[in-house]
Structure formats: C-alpha cells, structure tokens
Design a protein around this ligand. Structure first.
Ligand code: FE2
Ligand code: FE2
Length: 264
C-alpha cells in the first residue's frame, strides 16, 4: 500500500502545483492514499471550504492542520463534514477531530495530527497525549503528522514511537529536511517541506518580511501570484507493506519542470 504525504500547501501557487501534478503522480507511483497539510492553503493562512473541496478533488484523500487550522473561520463547520484532521492535543473544546481512520485497500489507516509545544499556541503535551490515545486506536496502520517548529521535538516523538507506528512526518517549517529514513519499520522525516513558491521566504513574498526585521514594523504577509514565482511540490512516499520509500520534489519555473526522487 503506497501512501504519499504532501508538505504544507501554501496559497494559490501550492494549489496550482497539486492540481497540475498530483493526478499524474497518483498514476505514476500507484498511490493508494494521499495526505496533505492544509494549514496555509488559502492565501497562506488557513483554508476555506471552497479550497478544501478543490484540493480533495485534485486527488488528496485526507488533510491535516496545524497552528493555522482555523485562520479562516468558515472552515469550522466543515471540519466534521470533510476528511480534515486538526491537532489531537489542542484544547478539548476545539472543533473537529485529532485523528480519523480511513479504509484503504481493505486495510484501516489512522491519520493523526499532533502539534508541538515550542513556539506554538497553548496545547496539551503531545507526547503524553499520544501515549494515552495510541492504545485506543484500532487500525492496521498509523501515520502521524507532527506539526512542530522544533526539530528535536519531532525526532523525540519519532524515537518514542518507532516500531509502534508506521510513519511520523513533520510539517510546519516549510523547509524540507533530507533525513527521510526507515527505522524499526517506521518511516520518518523531520519536515516534508513546502508546496508553493520557493524563491522567497517559506512561500511568502520576501520584501515585507525583510522590512519587518529591519524596522520592527510588521506588514502583511503575501503569497505571490503563481505566474510570478518558482514553484515546488514536495512529498514523501511510503510503501507500508514493502517498507520502501522515497522523497519526491517537482520544481516548476514557467513552462519547464524538473524533478528529484531520492529512494531510502
Ligand atoms: Fe504551522
Ligand atoms: Fe505551515
């Protein structure tokens, strides 16, 4: 069973990359299930119901959130209607659910979303939360998106769970790490990376952010137009039965596209 996980989709350029490449990639790699992080999909902050449905139509089966889950408040009522998952260790009254179980090729696959503590909104301890919940999850496979700022938190969660879950992937930083590995039959990467514009700062225009650090005056974060930036789609693929995996990146600049595949 081949599963792909796509890194944070940022704004229109990110949605463009999913639309242009994912249907072909599903066929080419024989993907049975595709998960993506949605927290920056609409204008860089949160996701609208319209954009969520659009991404699901392009071939994404489930989507995980993060600190920007509810930046577009209109998504609240759709957290239960669409296959969306928000961090499990958010406060109890937070809308939506922290994990879902999907039927994939006659197997049950649990997708769990957790959020880190360092530099993140107030939330419960992700490590004790997952230890409490894990024994209650009845599923053939378990995949975790750990949405965290700190590399050490992600690595610690993986070492704690290696051999007990199928996969721990990191999201949030929009910067891909090259440490994809298989250890004790569990897949791990510290961060999958970005799906959107990459010739700027984490998918957003550079000028306002440079202005902010030089003057202390904050200004609007803006996602560039898809036609005005170089774009990338970054994802990891894991074969949960064969225990093989690879990272995949497609870079697009105007009409030309280049790709990178690294097997583990
Ligand atoms: Fe985030
Ligand atoms: Fe993000």
């Amino acid at each position: 069973m081949r599963i792909a996980f796509i890194g944070d989709i940022v704004g229109r350029p990110g949605r463009y990359m999913v639309r242009e490449y994912l249907p072909k990639l599903r066929k080419e790699f024989g993907l049975d299930f595709v998960v993506a992080n949605f927290e920056n999909s609409s204008h860089g902050f949160g996701i609208t119901p319209k954009n969520a449905k659009e991404l699901l139509n392009y071939g994404i089966d489930a989507m995980t959130g993060g600190n920007h889950t509810l930046d577009k408040k209109e998504i609240i009522e759709y957290l239960d209607k669409l296959p969306l998952i928000r961090p499990l260790n958010f406060p109890e009254k937070y809308p939506g659910v922290g994990y879902r179980i999907f039927e994939v090729a006659n197997r049950k696959v649990a997708i769990i979303n957790l959020i880190g503590n360092y530099g993140m909104p107030l939330s419960d301890n992700p490590f004790t939360t997952i230890e409490k919940v894990l024994p209650r999850i009845e599923s053939d496979h378990i995949l975790i998106d750990f949405h965290s700022e700190a590399t050490a938190e992600k690595r610690t969660l993986f070492m704690m769970l290696a051999g007990r879950v199928d996969m721990v992937v990191g999201t949030h930083t929009h910067v891909a790490t090259d440490d994809y590995q298989l250890y004790r039959d569990s897949f791990y990467i510290t961060d999958i990376g970005l799906t959107g514009c990459y010739d700027n700062i984490i998918g957003m225009e550079s000028t306002p952010q440079i202005h902010r650090v030089l003057t202390g005056i904050s200004s609007h974060h803006k996602v560039p137009e898809p036609s005005k930036c170089k774009k990338v789609l970054q994802m990891v693929v894991a074969d949960l039965e064969k225990k093989e995996g690879f990272t995949y990146k497609v870079f697009e600049n105007g009409d030309s596209a280049t790709r990178e595949v690294f097997y583990i």
